[in-house]
Design a protein around this ligand. Structure first.
Ligand code: SF4
Length: 196
């Protein structure tokens, strides 16, 4: 299925004539969901970065929900002409990683540990690929960018880029793109402890 580009002047692949020195290195972008990811991808491409998406979301409470979010992420990748890699779903490993923090409130210690789980997996892949990485999680008003920066810097100071996608209405732009393309808009964060 083909989708029209969100903006006419965006998202063309680099010209083959473009000198190598002017090409931006590809960023591995950890993506949590399409509504959060759209504004982030658009901003990076507008800034001349190449982007490869990494859907790593073993925190999601069920396989069905993981697949539902992934379906919209696939659409997003197609719309923006970016590569997408899917990290296999392993919720059992995530549960083990957050063990003892199940009763923590949202934005508490379980969430910090949850960020660490996904960012560790993204960092590992980024190192294999020789890339830097960032995360779309910083776009959400429900997630602290400073906590995410602390986690990313602690586990991967060599390859983590602390990009705050919240700035310049990043969340609002993501929602606009999501509505434009009919992405699935979930109403809970993801794990079984965040169902409302
Ligand atoms: S509420 Fe969200 S950030 Fe917190 S542990 Fe659950 S999935 Fe992770």
């Amino acid at each position: 299925m083909n989708f029209p580009s969100p903006n006419n002047n965006h998202h063309q692949p680099p010209s083959p004539q473009q000198p190598q020195s002017h090409r931006s290195p590809t960023l591995l972008l950890h993506i949590c969901c399409a509504p959060c990811g759209g504004g982030c991808v658009e901003r990076l491409l507008d800034a001349g970065r190449s982007v490869r998406l990494f859907y790593s979301n073993s925190n999601i409470g069920s396989n069905e929900e993981f697949d539902r979010r992934l379906e919209s992420v696939r659409k997003l990748a197609e719309i923006f002409h970016v590569e997408l890699e899917v990290d296999p779903y392993d919720h059992a490993a995530w549960r083990e990683f957050v063990r003892g923090l199940e009763d923590e409130p949202e934005r508490g210690a379980r969430c910090t540990r949850c960020f660490e789980f996904s960012l560790r997996r993204t960092a590992e892949r980024a190192r294999e690929l020789g890339m830097h990485f960032a995360t779309t999680l910083t776009v959400s008003p429900h997630k602290s960018s400073s906590v995410l920066f602390e986690v990313g810097g602690r586990i991967a100071h060599d390859c983590f880029e602390p990009i705050d996608f919240k700035k310049r209405d990043g969340f609002k732009r993501g929602r606009e793109i999501a509505r434009q393309y009919g992405f699935y808009l979930q109403n809970f964060c993801g794990c079984e402890f965040s169902f409302r």
